[in-house]
Design a binder for this molecule. Structure first.
Ligand SMILES: Nc1ncnc2c1ncn2[C@@H]1O[C@H](COP(=O)(O)OP(=O)(O)O)[C@@H](O)[C@H]1O
Ligand SMILES: [Mg+2]
Length: 337
């Protein structure tokens, strides 16, 4: 009965015994992994998932769920001919006597949900940009009309009004141009063009922009051996870093520290941007990477969505965590080579 139900749920469900043999693998899981039941059931998962992508799942099953007996993780896998985004939940199974009898992994395919969410966010962003661009148009028009009226009335001393009016117009046009530039830079972003990049240099050059910017807030970096160069689009990664550093410095008051740590881990390049700033409430984390989410009065909310998009196009992932003892850390994982 349970087996029949499992076969028909949309989530992928895989269970293994304490020796790592696959006991159940429902239809959804087989479809997601492009494997057949005959291939899977009864085989040790380490043997079944030896290739670069599926071995990421094997790693999750090997991970110790700790005292709570469960954890969940987001991951992106290149399966068949597409990148897919999953949420994997892993749980320890125990028998009646409380002995560990294996593990279950539930895989939820979030690919379509995420792209639908992003699409909805984009429609919303487009509406807001249109609205924000309309805002400065009113003072521009009013100012021009007022000046024209005074000119027609042959007002003797128009020069002061003219000066103020022109200042208003120029200021509003500038703010409008800033918004349009930022938005169109994002909309026109080209696919990454990877070259071998000197990571140390890229990070140092980028951090230079921030040195001494905020007295009492130190900036620093640490680049481990094995992470000094990588194949990626240097310009785009620099933009991603700049967006993260902008936010980090804005959130951090003196005395404080903003730091970048780059290291290699298991074939991927890890970039951490940490600050000792105000931190991000859990309730905001979900919306963080959507275009136009901002808690700042003059923020565009595009920064993190640009970062997300750059990392996504590099087939990497980004997540946000609390920094210890305070502040925020953004962790980027990029496939290397
Ligand atoms: N390092 C950080 N510390 C605290 N809050 C952050 C940090 N990075 C991002 N945020 C939050 O995420 C929001 C979105 O950031 P972003 O997309 O760069 O847009 P903006 O900076 O224009 O507000 C910010 O308004 C802020 O509330
Ligand atoms: Mg920002």
């Amino acid at each position: 009965m349970i087996a029949a139900v499992l076969q028909n749920v949309a989530a992928g469900v895989i269970s293994i015994d304490e020796e790592g043999r696959i006991i159940t693998c429902n239809r959804a899981a087989l479809n997601m992994l492009h494997q057949s039941k005959e291939q899977a059931v009864g085989r040790p998962f380490q043997e079944l998932w030896e290739d670069a992508e599926r071995s990421k799942l094997a790693e999750l099953l090997e991970e110790d769920p700790g005292p709570t007996g469960r954890f969940s993780r987001g991951l992106r896998l290149f399966l068949g001919s597409d990148w897919k985004t999953f949420e994997a939940k892993v749980r320890t199974m125990r028998d009646r006597d409380g002995r560990v009898s294996g593990r279950v992994m539930v895989l939820e395919d979030l690919t379509e949900l995420i792209s639908a969410q992003q699409m909805a966010a984009w429609n919303d962003a487009a509406r807001r940009v249109a609205h924000e661009i309309k805002n400065p148009l009113t003072p521009i028009k009013l100012t021009a009309e007022r000046l024209l009226r005074r000119h027609r009335q042959q007002d003797g001393d128009i020069s002061k009004a003219l000066e103020e009016g022109m200042e208003t117009i120029v200021r509003e046009v500038d703010s409008m141009r800033g918004m349009v530039d930022e938005f169109s830079r994002f909309a026109r972003m080209r696919p990454p063009q990877p070259t071998e990049v000197d990571i140390e240099r890229l990070v140092d050059e980028t951090l230079k922009l921030y040195e001494g910017l905020k007295p009492g807030v130190e900036v620093g970096s640490e680049i481990d051996d094995g992470a000094r160069s990588a194949l990626l689009d240097g310009e785009q990664i620099r933009r991603a870093l700049i967006n993260l550093l902008d936010n980090a410095l804005e959130a951090t008051e003196a005395p404080g520290r903003v730091s970048v740590h780059v290291y290699a881990d298991n074939g991927s390049l890890e970039i951490e941007v940490a600050d000792t700033g105000e931190g991000i409430p859990v309730s905001a984390r979900e919306k963080l990477f959507l275009p136009h989410f901002s808690t700042k009065r003059r923020g565009t909310g595009l920064g993190l969505s640009i970062v997300y998009r750059i990392i996504n196009e590099h087939h990497g992932s980004i997540r946000v965590e609390d920094n210890e003892p305070r502040g925020t850390v953004f962790r980027i994982q990029l496939p290397q080579g």
